[in-house]
Design a protein around this ligand. Structure first.
Ligand code: FAD
Length: 477
């Protein structure tokens, strides 16, 4: 068996477990594909941008691709367990993180507030409005008198509004103007006025695909999981060690042809510059469709058209090392994220490990679509400058403690050419049945074969679908 691409890696793992003789051809000098844990010494070369080398200090790392997994992605947990990879929490929501909005009406334009202030005030005001509507019976078509009473009780607790007049006047949930201490029980800070808060809240909720709101969903829930040393640990220490000598790095496949007796694959040995050819009974191909469509193949017209129909999304992420963890020492933020209304900046993400260490890396920019197109057109240095400019609006200390940045525009990475497949339901329905079937002796695997796009789980599950099919065929032949 030839496996092309050591991205998701589950296909090669399962074939080896079944006892097949497997050769894995991987174009890059590492496994993982879209999984890339960046540390000092890591290099990338985007199309037209030259080589970028990470100069961070030892022990500082950040995930340029996947960084977190929800609890129901069982294949991820399965492989971490099989390969002995330790897991830690990933905080998606930290109420002490910042929310920042600009270009809005009202007194909160260009200001930051804690996420807890935003959530407590919006929860309080909306509870108050709904409770008053319930009390004045403007929604009694929907609910019985008993239900209305229960709804009001619920809103009093949920929004921390007064049970007497149903007004919201602030709550300790949003934090204190004077914190409790040995001398007093503190003073709760006044809420922001609703008319100023609404444009702020709407700008935050409307930006970055509603990231803050999404933390209430199972997929991006408040706490998620990741590998203790970055997601790359599952691939670099886990799969790579398991593959051993079956793995041929720096082997860029340029041609895949079905033959009468199997498959013939041509690849460029990037170490020697030589073109080489190998054959096998079957090939399992993990290359993203955006890259695969550019290779020479003798695939059928229908299969080729199906591959061509799948568009890929743009996304850019940037990590930055700082010489002091000012977000912890000065802002008291330990893990989690800050949310901005600036499309090109997106969110800031804080490390969930090594609290109180001297140095650390932040997710300093995460954007999508046209925002990524604009930022990725800049040089690596210009991107970092832009991120510092935006980030300093939330953390004015950024420049003072800045060490260096590392950015990855996934649509410009030669072996990815996109962040993830961006299916419409129509295209999915049209092409998925074709792509999920073998093309002669070639079976595709990868997240593009799944409905779980933009998640490693989709790639793992595709292997769990394809490898049993292939095994059954071999056993039957
Ligand atoms: C910015 C970003 C954030 C993400 N966040 C998350 C997250 O938080 N959690 C999560 O679960 N998922 C996340 N994902 C999605 C996740 O990265 C992917 O779903 C998954 O890694 C895809 O795996 P794959 O095997 O399908 O493809 P890939 O990982 O792309 O693997 C393809 C492999 O083929 C190799 N290859 C390509 N061309 C050739 C060639 N010509 N010859 C030989 N080899 C070749 C590549 O080098 C690569 O190793 C994120 C992705 C991005 C881009």
């Amino acid at each position: 068996m030839i496996v092309i691409g050591a991205g998701g890696s589950a296909a090669a793992y399962e074939l080896i477990q079944l006892g097949y003789d497997v050769t894995i051809l991987e174009a890059q000098d590492h496994v993982g594909g879209h999984v890339l844990t960046v540390r000092g010494g890591v290099t990338t070369e985007e199309h037209g941008k030259g080589v970028q080398e990470c100069t961070w200090d030892e022990g500082v790392w950040w995930d340029a691709g996947p960084s977190r997994v929800p609890f129901f992605h069982r294949a991820f947990f399965h492989y971490c367990q099989q390969l002995g990879i330790p897991l830690i929490d990933h905080k998606n929501l930290n109420l002490n993180g910042w929310a920042y909005a600009e270009g809005i009406e009202g007194s909160l334009d260009g200001t930051r507030m804690r996420v807890r202030e935003l959530q407590a005030d919006m929860g309080g005001y909306t509870s108050s409005l709904l409770a008053k509507a319930a009390e004045s019976s403007t929604i009694d078509d929907e609910l019985s008198a008993d239900d209305l009473e229960m709804l009001i009780d619920y809103l009093v607790s949920w929004g921390m509004i007064s049970s007497d007049d149903l007004n919201y006047t602030g709550t300790s949930r949003r934090g204190y103007a004077v914190p409790p201490d040995t001398q007093s029980s503190g003073e709760v800070a006044d809420p922001f006025p609703l008319e100023d808060l609404l444009p702020f809240a709407s700008a935050i909720m409307g930006s970055n695909s509603g990231y803050l709101a999404a933390t209430a969903s199972p997929t991006w829930q408040t706490t998620m999981v990741k590998c203790a040393d970055g997601i790359g640990q599952l691939f670099d220490s886990g799969f790579r060690e398991f593959f051993g000598e079956r793995l041929m790095l720096n082997s860029e496949v340029t041609e895949i042809n079905n033959t009468d007796v199997g498959v013939s694959v041509v690849y460029l040995n990037r170490e020697t510059g030589e073109e080489e050819q190998i054959s096998a009974d079957y090939c399992v191909c993990n290359i993203p469709l955006s890259v695969l469509i550019k290779l020479n193949t003798n695939f059928s017209r229908e299969f080729t058209e199906a591959m061509r129909s799948v568009p890929y999304a743009m996304s850019l992420r940037m990590g930055m090392q700082f010489n002091q963890r000012f977000w912890e020492t000065e802002d008291w933020i330990y893990g989690g994220q800050s949310f901005s209304s600036i499309g090109e900046l997106g969110i800031l993400g804080y490390p969930d490990d090594n609290y109180n260490a001297e140095k650390g890396a932040l997710l300093a920019m995460y954007n999508f679509g046209n925002n990524s197109a604009r930022v990725s057109s800049l040089s690596y240095e210009e991107r970092a400058e832009l991120a510092l400019d935006y980030g300093s609006r939330i953390h004015p200390q950024m420049r003072e403690h800045y060490h260096s940045a590392f950015s990855v525009a996934w649509h410009l990475m030669p072996y990815s050419l996109g962040a993830w497949p961006s299916y419409t339901e129509e295209v999915r329905e049209q092409v998925m049945p074709t792509l999920q079937e073998p093309e002669g002796n070639v079976y595709l695997v990868g997240e593009h074969l799944s409905h779980v796009n933009s998640w490693m789980e989709g790639a793992f599950q595709s292997a769990w679908m394809q490898i049993p099919k292939l095994h059954q065929r071999v056993m039957g032949s």
